[in-house]
Design a protein around this ligand. Structure first.
Ligand code: PGA
Length: 246
């Protein structure tokens, strides 16, 4: 069985103390961690503490988002240089929806992480309306089209996250996910050389938990999962590792 990556997106759920508490709990199960590759995206304010408390050096820690401004008079902002990180997320649907992030801005962020050679997850996914109107693939292709302006130098991951599946408990069928991942793969094939393409990873995200990860893990094109809600509970998280690596 392939070694999959679990990327934990803690959003704005766990504050610094709660993040430390979580890591102290999962440290007890660290013998399980070798079964998977793990990336944790805590609140930015908890990154240093999570790194210090984690008892496992191969776990990557990243930023859930960052500003396009590197340094200066940008009150409230945070850049890729603000704190030591291994990876980052760009274009999550919550950034697109609540902060009006458009493809132009997302491209700028990708160009920045690419220039800094920081491994990046780019999230794409259709809304419920788009799905119902049969526009899912159009939406994904248009979100991916920004990549033609990016000469990738970094490990890039495309996370397919249908918005209607995020936090809803509704998970698409394996066939649906496979079909969308194939669409993503063939778009990437038109943009990049075979060599660059084989270094790209594909993730799925949206209501992944300990009850469905086993079933989803054998989707052929899948390299990993971006997990929100179910990654906030230490016991569930350890169960997820166990189930994903059977
Ligand atoms: P969820 O979130 O697992 O809670 O659906 C996934 C995500 O938003 O990345």
């Amino acid at each position: 069985m392939k070694k999959i990556t679990l990327a934990l997106n803690w959003k704005l759920y766990l504050n610094e103390l709660e993040s430390i508490e979580f890591v102290e709990k999962i440290n007890h199960s660290k013998n399980q961690f070798d079964l998977i590759d793990l990336e944790i995206y805590p609140s930015a304010t908890a990154i240093r503490s999570v790194r210090n408390v984690l008892n496992h050096s191969s776990i990557k820690i990243g930023l859930q988002d960052f500003s396009i401004f590197e340094k200066g008079a940008f009150t409230g902002s945070l850049s890729l240089s603000s704190i030591e990180i291994d990876c980052c997320i760009v274009g999550h649907s919550e950034r697109r929806d609540f902060y009006n992030e458009n493809d132009n801005l997302i491209l700028k962020k990708l160009q920045i992480s690419n220039a800094k050679k920081i491994s990046t997850i780019l999230c794409v996914g259709e809304s419920l309306n788009e799905k119902e109107e049969g526009l899912s693939k159009e939406r994904i292709k248009s979100q991916l089209s920004i990549l033609k302006n990016l000469d990738i130098q970094i490990p890039l991951t495309i996370a397919y996250e249908p918005i209607w599946a995020i936090g809803t408990g509704e998970v698409p069928s394996k066939e649906y996910i496979s079909d969308m991942l194939s669409t993503i793969k063939s778009e990437l094939n038109t943009l990049y050389s075979h060599q660059k393409n084989s270094a790209l990873r594909l993730f799925y995200g949206g209501s992944v938990d300990e009850t469905n990860i086993r079933n989803l893990s054998d989707i052929v094109l899948l390299d990993g999962f971006l997990i929100g809600g179910a990654s906030l509970n230490a016991k569930k998280f350890v169960d997820i590792i166990k189930k994903s690596s059977i």
